[in-house]
Design a protein around this ligand. Structure first.
Ligand code: TYD
Ligand code: MG
Length: 455
């Protein structure tokens, strides 16, 4: 028999009024009371497993559970795996509850399973019902989506077990508290850690896919989703595009799939709508191409997406010229401006340079280097590109155009959207998808020549 402190986890073989670990009073409880082993293992821990040779370990071909929300499923790698824990982080108001309520509603469509349980520690069930009405959830949700307004962790765990939930959503980890938590303990790393840990254990032991919502706060006064990323299988972030209603869902950790996938949504009257053709969306232009605008076939995860990069170069009045890059890495931009200065002999160092990725996407790939440089040069020279051309390539410090991965996929996407020409690294061996003229460049000057930006 053992006693465990609910506050700090201290284990004692006899009951004590005051925990020697943390000094709290009356926090020791029978370890069994929480369903625990005296070893201090988590409440949901399975019986101790024996080590096995690699050969004997079966490859559990567990079926993924697709929600039917394609953008969401793709990020997960085709659907959610039973027993896995998925964290969804994002700033308050970005649409986390909306997205997961939609997901929960869709999960009710799978036949012969227990209910999908949506636990809210923030909102009353009535509010969730109102949101559900707005979203127009599929009919089975009326019966099979169960809502619980609850903040106590133990009650949440019990409810999930008692209801034999087939999936669980917890909104949010910051508002659920472990039993012994004192006032003021909400939002601490200990609290969110304990909550995420227990729920992940439950997910694993019961095979319930579990979704946890975590708020990011700008000031960092609450422990956010970052603090529990190591405890979950998949960590997703919902980010706002800078243009109002665009939302980008991004995986930063995925034990079962790629972390580079993104999903694109628009927040509308009826919740988050998938943007199934992001290339069209991110390159939507009004009228002809303008100076400073370049279309780049970027690759987000496995998916090529065309995006428009815009630059504005203007003579600066300030002694220290302005450099702003939205959606691009500022250090990379500084490097590219130096490459322009050195290898094209254009004196941009005294100019203000503003760069923007249209539609609110953030680009992280170096394959967009040549596009960034092209946009800057195009604006500097006030010369617009041919609107049918895409540009792709990484740039080296000596002005060489370096190869990019998956050029074929990128060009196929460009051809699909009706582009006629592509300036590409000569180092990527000869490719020319139907209907696309490919112009290979060894170095920056050659690329600029192809684009009519030299001289
Ligand atoms: P919400 O999902 O509550 O954000 P979070 O859980 O991340 O804090 O939704 C945020 C905003 O979205 C809210 O201000 C209202 C708006 N919204 C819509 O525009 N359309 C809708 O259909 C819904 C449900 C919400
Ligand atoms: Mg919410």
């Amino acid at each position: 028999m053992a006693y465990r402190c609910r506050s700090c986890g201290y284990l004692s073989l006899k009951w004590l009024g005051r925990c020697p670990g943390c000094g709290e009073w009356e926090t020791l409880v029978l370890a069994e009371e929480e369903g625990e082993e005296a070893s201090g293992a988590g409440a949901e821990a399975a019986p101790a497993a024996a080590p096995r040779p690699l050969r004997e370990i079966p490859l559990g071909g567990k079926a993924r559970w697709a929600t039917g929300l394609e953008e969401f499923d793709r990020i997960l790698g085709g659907g959610v795996l039973p027993g896995s824990t998925v964290l969804l982080g994002g700033e308050p108001g970005i649409g986390k509850s909306t997205l997961l309520l939609e997901v929960a509603g869709r999960l009710t469509q799978a036949p012969s399973q227990g209910p999908v349980l949506y636990v809210s520690g923030e909102e009353a069930p009535e509010q969730i019902k109102l949101r559900a009405e707005r979203l127009g959830l599929p009919p089975p949700a009326q019966e099979r989506l169960w809502v619980l307004g609850e903040q106590r962790l133990r009650a949440v765990l019990e409810a999930a077990r008692d209801a034999k939930a087939s999936a669980l959503v917890v909104d949010s980890i910051q508002t659920i508290y472990p039993h012994a938590l004192k006032e003021g303990g909400l939002g601490t790393p200990q609290q969110v850690g304990e909550v995420a840990y227990r729920l992940a254990q439950l997910a694993k032991s019961q095979g319930i896919p579990t979704f946890l919502i975590g708020h990011i706060t700008k000031g960092g006064e609450f422990a956010g989703p970052k603090a529990v990323e190591h405890l979950v299988d998949v960590a997703l972030y919902l980010e706002g595009g800078r243009e109002g209603d665009v939302r980008i869902l991004r995986a930063v950790k995925n034990r079962y799939g790629s972390t580079e996938e993104i999903g694109v949504f628009r927040m509308g009257e009826e919740g988050l709508q998938e943007i199934r053709n992001p290339s069209e969306f991110f390159t939507e232009r009004v009228g002809a191409a303008k100076p400073g605008s370049v279309v780049v076939p970027s690759l987000e995860g496995t998916r090529p997406i065309l995006v428009e990069i815009q630059a504005l170069v203007a003579a600066s009045r300030a002694s220290l010229p302005q450099r702003r890059a939205t959606g691009l890495d500022a250090n990379r931009v500084a490097l590219l401006l130096a490459v322009i200065e050195k290898h094209l002999g254009l004196h941009v160092s005294h100019d203000d340079v503003y760069l923007n990725v249209a539609g609110g996407l953030s680009l992280r790939e170096t394959a967009t280097d040549l596009g960034v440089v092209t946009a800057v040069v195009s604006s500097y020279k006030n010369r617009s590109l041919d609107g049918d051309t895409v540009v792709v390539g990484e740039l080296g410090l000596s002005g060489e155009v370096r190869r990019v991965r998956k050029l074929k996929e990128r060009l196929t996407e460009a051809a699909r959207l009706g582009y006629a020409r592509a300036v590409v690294p000569a180092r990527n061996s000869g490719l020319s998808p139907d209907g696309l003229e490919v112009l290979p460049a060894e170095e920056l000057g050659e690329a600029m020549e192809h684009l009519g930006l030299l001289g």
